[in-house]
Design a protein around this ligand. Structure first.
Ligand SMILES: [Zn+2]
Length: 344
């Protein structure tokens, strides 16, 4: 029903078949009729002289060096051309040259991986994400099979992030890959607190494998593997505190996590801050600034306002899942400072 991994595999195979062939023969065989007129003399002088220059993988055309590269080499960020891009370009009356000169001046648009839960069951997740004006690149179901669904081409925008911010970036739909996970989200208990649903291990392993693949192919740094709640902390809670970010870091080397030794170094002074300065405007501003510098969208108001509480809660959902009330305690404060030191 929707494109799956097979399509990606086919594309990669085609990429392997397509290889670049910029050769002396192919370019020199261009017709350059030598008629004895001034115009044709000009034509002759403009004929490209191509000299293979094997060292450094360069060829020389009209005395200019071009890189001769293999477009199948997806590990190179700076000189690949997508197979889809080549075959779909179709200017009327013209053709896209089969001789490609991939520029080194390029990079991937994909800079972030954003994790979500759907807060819907399997069927409704598929229905909403494929038939409404909300989407994600990938949907990870809640079944112990080997399938991951691709709903949107990786090179296109999907509508998953909404109004969002992280560090110097806004509107992360423009430059992120969105992964939706089938998970019911949370219910409110009798005291009005959110009770989140866990992620089965088989489902988490699928998500982790997908993140690993994407992070490798697009060279996405740990600081840019985030939850929806990190980039929209006043609006969103997903993927929630049950998403095992620590396991993702420990078992797969993906995303951010703090070093325990660093937190221990901070904990005494952090405790002192909480005991003696908790309501000091200067201290509150310091905490807000640290959250902002780490990446969150937050205003420096010097008060424990509603939005600040939501940002702290989002931080706790990700990095301190055993305490998620949105109130800064010594441990949350120590973790924030440790993470900032490690990933600033
Ligand atoms: Zn979301």
């Amino acid at each position: 029903m929707f494109p799956n991994k097979k399509n990606t595999n086919t594309m990669h195979k085609n990429l392997l078949i397509i290889g670049l062939s910029i050769t002396l023969t192919s370019c020199a065989s261009r017709p350059t009729t030598a008629v004895n007129t001034k115009k044709s003399t000009l034509l002759v002088t403009q004929t490209k002289k191509i000299t293979p220059k094997k060292e450094n993988n360069l060829i020389k055309i009209d005395n200019i060096d071009f890189y001769q590269v293999n477009i199948a080499d997806l590990s190179k960020n700076n000189n690949t051309i997508s197979y889809g891009s080549i075959v779909s370009a179709n200017p009327q009356g013209y053709s896209i040259s089969k001789e490609h000169f991939p520029s080194v001046g390029q990079n991937f648009r994909e800079r972030f991986i954003i994790i979500h839960y759907t807060a819907l069951d399997y069927e409704k997740s598929i229905k909403v994400l494929t038939q409404k004006n909300v989407s994600a690149h990938y949907l990870v179901n809640d079944r112990p099979d080997k399938e991951i669904y691709q709903l949107v081409d990786e090179n296109k925008r999907s509508y998953h992030a909404g109004v969002s911010h992280w560090r110097n970036f806004d509107n992360l739909n423009d430059n992120s890959i969105g992964i939706e996970i089938v998970n019911s989200g949370f219910v409110l208990n009798s005291s009005g607190q959110r009770q989140f649903f866990p992620y089965p291990d088989y489902q988490f392993r699928k998500v982790a494998a997908l993140i690993k693949d994407l992070a490798t192919r697009y060279m996405i740094p740990p600081t840019n593997i985030l939850g929806h709640s990190d980039i929209a902390p006043t609006r969103k809670q997903d993927p929630g505190p049950m998403f095992p970010w620590k396991k993702l870091y420990d078992d797969y080397g993906l995303g951010m996590w703090y070093d325990t030794s660093s937190v221990q170094n901070y904990i005494t002074i952090s405790n002192d801050d909480i005991v003696h300065q908790y309501n000091s405007p200067a201290f509150i501003a310091k905490v807000q600034k640290k959250l902002k510098d780490f990446g969150y969208a937050i205003n420096i108001t010097s008060t424990w306002d509603k939005d600040t509480k939501k940002v702290i809660q989002s931080f706790q959902y990700h990095f301190h899942p055993s305490k998620t009330d949105g109130v800064l305690d010594a441990e949350t404060w120590a973790i924030l400072q440790s993470l900032y030191d490690k990933y600033k």
